[in-house]
Write a protein that binds this ligand. Structure first.
Ligand code: PSU
Ligand code: MN
Length: 302
């Protein structure tokens, strides 16, 4: 037992019984969506995982403990908390050591999930290379995490606010398996498709689970990125989004938004510019990813 980890009662029981578990991140709750939709979504996503036959483990650092699974009151508290830290690989240990509270990004959630023996994690979209990264060097630590930590992450691709071409080139360089689910192109978060061909395509959760196990068998470090397109009825076409993303990016430059604040700012600004449609799409895609992750988790223990 690790002293720095606190399991929810539900996750503790699932671990004891060997049931499938799906990790969920918390930065999407604290920095990715406004209150109260953030907590409503977090609850819906947890229930989607239960309905699909697995157990949800929402991960966050609270008062110096890595919580793997949040009790309902803890989830409510986190969703309403102000000025919560956004934790990646670099700041996870300092947050725990100092006894503070922080939300975990994709990178930090992968680390915590692996510590807890959880192999599958569902989120919205991973971080990546921001547009202008050739000047700013703003490249999310999420990308490197896939080379280190053996967790299969289900996302709707990298967020479309990013430079997708650079992001996918970097993932190729890093040797990360980027697997599109049931289509030949990579999705673009709020949109089902993009101009980027899928490096690998898989059509079933069983195939994804087999690939995860084969990496372990071959001693390959790191995880896999599963790119699951948003359901057709929920997508926003890229033609509609492209000018709004450009506008949000310009607004971020005008306001001197940098570092960790960039992604939360852009998501909020696109929410305003789409009059809430981007949030509805974001909620739909996270739920869709949670359902696929639950299937993969079940295949992994079979
Ligand atoms: N998916 C969403 N919304 C989010 C995120 C993912 O639908 O807000 C978060 C994840 O925690 C991811 C982070 O790790 O955005 C990326 O932040 P950055 O670009 O600063 O690395
Ligand atoms: Mn960044």
């Amino acid at each position: 037992m690790m002293p720095h980890i606190a399991y929810s009662s539900e996750v503790e029981a699932a671990k004891a019984e060997g049931r499938p578990i799906v990790a969920l991140e918390s930065t999407i709750i604290t920095h990715g969506m406004p209150f109260p939709q953030n907590v409503e979504t977090a609850r819906l996503v947890e229930q989607d995982i239960r309905d699909a036959g697995a157990v949800p483990a929402t991960i966050a650092v609270m008062d110096g403990k890595i919580h793997v699974g949040l009790e309902p009151d803890e989830l409510t508290k986190l969703a309403q908390a102000k000025n919560v830290a956004k934790l990646s690989r670099a700041d996870l240990a300092t947050c725990v050591a100092d006894g503070r509270t922080g939300a975990t990004t994709v990178a930090a959630t992968m680390i915590a999930a692996h510590l807890a023996g959880i192999s599958v994690f569902a989120t919205g979209g991973i971080g990546g290379a921001h547009r202008g990264a050739e000047h700013s060097f703003d490249i999310s630590a999420d990308l490197q995490e896939f080379t280190k930590t053996p967790v299969t992450v289900v996302a709707a691709g990298a967020k479309a606010i990013l430079d997708l071409a650079k992001t996918y080139e970097l993932l190729e360089t890093l040797g990360v398996p980027v697997i599109a689910y049931a289509q030949d192109t990579l999705p673009a978060f709020w949109s089902r498709t993009s101009e980027h061909a899928a490096p690998i395509r898989m059509d079933t959760s069983a195939d994804i689970a087999s690939a995860h196990k084969m990496r372990q068998a071959l001693g390959l470090q790191g995880g896999q990125l599963i790119c699951n397109p948003i359901p057709a009825q929920d997508e926003i076409k890229s033609e509609i989004l492209a000018p709004l993303i450009d506008q949000a990016l310009q607004d971020a430059i005008d306001r001197n938004i940098t570092a960790k604040a960039v992604t939360p700012y852009l998501l909020k600004r696109i929410f305003e510019l789409t009059e809430g449609r981007s949030l509805a799409a974001n909620i739909a895609l996270v739920r869709n990813n949670a359902r696929l992750a639950a299937q993969i988790a079940q295949n992994l223990i079979e």
